[in-house]
Design a binder for this molecule. Structure first.
Ligand code: HEM
Length: 227
């Protein structure tokens, strides 16, 4: 949602649907293919668990990549199209798509949240353990932090809250990415440290998501240190 450079015209946005559709196809498609490969083909997860368990992994990974892209386009990801308005449309699209997929992931996760799916998050008495509570806590706050820049992309918001507060709300995406990184470390650390157990040597989704969340954070830190 990092549309710091201004707002694109809504009627023009429709003209660029093929561009945003391509971004969706590449990012969501890559997350989908990787999840199918890792869990259904290399692993032994039944196709009966595709609609929620596997799609939950797809939506969560795609969400992180979309949010990361919205803060990287024009900075780390060079923009080769001459029309800067298309860049703004894609940045806004990535941010809003990241937010909506993260919200879907949250609903999917709540539906699946029981010891049969996520035994490592629960104690024997059926309550969440420390890993479960901490991971969910940072995930919920991350979703809240992502809602701020999403809400302020509404066309009337820059005028309603003023330029300084609007820019500050857009930067909440960095807080979201930091919390997502914490969400990944809490849930994924043990698996990251056991590469010998990775299915066919394929890294876990939480590790790819952690890398995707880290790139814009490092880029921002470098920008901060050099200015
Ligand atoms: C209400 C908010 C949230 C809840 C309840 C939640 C819940 C969960 C749960 C239960 C898992 C474990 C899933 C698994 O191992 O299959 C998980 C993993 C994950 N979450 Fe969240 N989360 C939330 C917010 C977020 C947000 C905002 C993002 C990113 C923008 C995110 C990205 C991820 C990713 C990438 C994984 C790793 C999936 C995997 O390892 O397969 N989550 N989350």
């Amino acid at each position: 949602m990092n549309t710091e450079h201004g707002n694109a015209n809504v009627s023009d946005n429709r003209l660029w649907q093929p561009v945003t559709a391509r971004w969706f196809a590449v990012i969501f498609g890559a997350a989908l293919l990787y999840s199918i490969l890792r869990y259904h083909i290399a692993g032994d997860v039944s196709w009966a668990h595709f609609p929620l368990f596997i799609l939950n992994k797809v939506t969560s990974l795609a969400a992180v990549i979309f949010v990361a892209c919205s803060y990287l386009i024009g900075r780390v990801i060079k923009w080769h199209n001459d029309d800067p308005r298309i860049k703004l449309v894609v940045i806004k699209f990535c941010g809003l798509m990241g937010f909506s997929l993260a919200a879907i992931h949250a609903f999917f996760s709540v539906c699946l949240l029981n010891p049969a799916y996520f035994g490592k998050f629960f104690d024997d008495d059926g309550r969440l353990n420390l890993v479960g509570e901490m991971g969910l806590c940072v995930g919920i706050v991350a979703l809240w932090a992502l809602a701020m820049p999403a809400i302020t992309t509404l066309p009337m918001m820059p005028k309603a809250i003023g330029g300084i507060r609007w820019k500050r709300s857009q930067r909440m995406g960095y807080l979201c990415l930091s919390l997502v990184l914490a969400h990944m470390i809490v849930f994924g650390w043990n698996e990251w440290m056991s590469p010998g157990e990775w299915l066919s040597g394929l890294p876990p989704i939480s590790l790819w998501a952690a890398i995707a969340a880290t790139i814009p954070l490092v880029a921002k830190l470098r920008q901060f240190l050099t200015t």
